[in-house]
Design a protein around this ligand. Structure first.
Ligand code: ATP
Length: 368
């Protein structure tokens, strides 16, 4: 396949909503979704079951109508254009291969419908078979392939249509963890090589984090944050995002002063200056987010008792590349991860608990 990046495939969603028929008393499945997806960008829609990510993808594909709003591709309104007239290909969780057709015929299927000549079809199929490393498998039937191989065929079938946009609906959920990891890398590499705008639905945060340029975190039909993987982890917009992505310790703090995105707070008896969300003020309820790797444990001073900065180790679990601790403190149970390869503390030890202020983030406590 050509390895040039076409500067096409800009998808814009403006205030898109979806209310399914017969659900008038429930909140909309998708509620005022706006997003500008750049050509060649890899965007994941991430959120818990029922948050509206599949509905959004299906509206982009044309399988669902919009109740409100507009979706454009390269500036042109997609309106009621049927799915097969949209220059997009979808890769499904179930692979959706035709069982009675060979790998090669599965890949060629869409091109035959487009009535390309036999020679053209062969050329395009050869090219994509090579790109996907399917040369030795192309005469087989789908049932003679592993799950990962079937998913590669499904991707080849999508790519051969030379879409402007690739849509993925949880394509890796049926694969085992190791294969999922390999497929993630393969899809991302290929996507970058070909420069095809990609929209990827998943409920797996690690998948979204490792593959995406930007992640859209959704809940209850609404967008909570659109940001880089790093920002959704380190600088979440809402408590929901902080909790959904990774492991979160939420610590109640006293906020003394907020200036230029930094706040003076008292955490576990110690004064710190921490980065703070723009909506945080010294009068609004706020909560400190500290990730487990942003807290460290030190040996408690001789004769120390549980207090402001001294806690008691409840459990210490060896997880291979790190040790996970649960520590009981005055701020509740905190989860702490230590990358050290030796166990620094054991259950029942008293430890000094230190929050790394540079890795902490103060955000509005909408749950307060
Ligand atoms: N055909 C339908 N008719 C009525 N309600 C629907 C229909 N399809 C989905 N919904 C509802 O719309 C909301 C969003 O569903 P959607 O499938 O988009 O969520 P999701 O985030 O993709 O979830 P999952 O990860 O479980 O697939 C849910 O409340 C769901 O029950």
């Amino acid at each position: 396949m050509d390895e040039v990046s076409p500067a096409v495939g800009r998808v814009q969603l403006s205030n898109v909503s979806k209310r399914y028929p017969g659900t008038a008393d429930a909140p909309p499945a998708v509620d005022g979704f706006s997003l500008d997806i750049h050509p060649g960008e890899f965007v994941s829609l991430l959120g818990p079951s029922g948050c509206g990510k599949t509905t959004t993808l299906r509206m982009i594909a044309g399988f669902e109508t919009l109740s409100d709003g507009r979706i454009t591709l390269d500036g042109a309104d997609l309106g009621s254009l049927p799915p097969n007239r949209r220059p997009m290909s979808m890769v499904f969780q179930s692979y959706a291969l035709f069982p009675h057709l060979s790998v090669r015929d599965n890949i060629a299927y869409g091109l035959k419908l487009k009535k390309l000549s036999k020679a053209e079809i062969n050329r395009e199929v050869d090219s994509v078979v090579e790109t996907m490393g399917l040369q030795s498998l192309d005469r087989r039937a789908p049932h003679q392939l592993s799950g990962g191989q079937q998913q590669r065929v499904a991707l080849a079938r999508a790519l051969v249509m030379r879409p402007k946009v690739l849509l993925f609906d949880e394509p890796l959920s049926n694969l085992d963890a190791k294969l999922r990891g390999q497929m993630r890398l393969q899809i991302r590499k290929l996507q970058q090589q070909l420069g095809i705008t990609s929209i990827f639905v998943t409920h797996d945060q690690e998948e979204a984090m490792t593959m995406s340029d930007r992640i859209v975190v959704m809940s209850g039909g609404k967008v909570h944050q659109v940001d880089s993987p790093e920002n959704v982890y380190r600088r979440p917009e809402t408590r929901f995002v902080a909790d959904f992505i990774g492991t979160a310790n939420f610590i109640d703090v006293h906020v003394h002063d907020v200036v230029d995105g930094r706040a003076d707070v008292r955490v576990l008896g110690m004064a710190h200056s921490v980065a703070s969300h723009p909506a945080v003020s010294d009068t609004s309820p706020s909560v400190l987010l500290a990730r487990p790797e942003g807290i460290s444990l030190r040996r408690a001073p001789e004769g120390a008792a549980i207090g402001a900065d001294v806690g008691k180790v409840v459990s210490a679990s060896f997880v291979g590349n790190r040790i996970d601790y649960e520590v009981e403190t005055e701020a509740g149970i905190l989860l702490v991860s230590d990358s050290a390869d030796h166990r620094g503390a054991n259950a029942d030890d008293l430890v000094q608990v230190v929050v790394d202020a540079e890795r902490a983030w103060l955000l509005p406590d909408e749950a307060a």
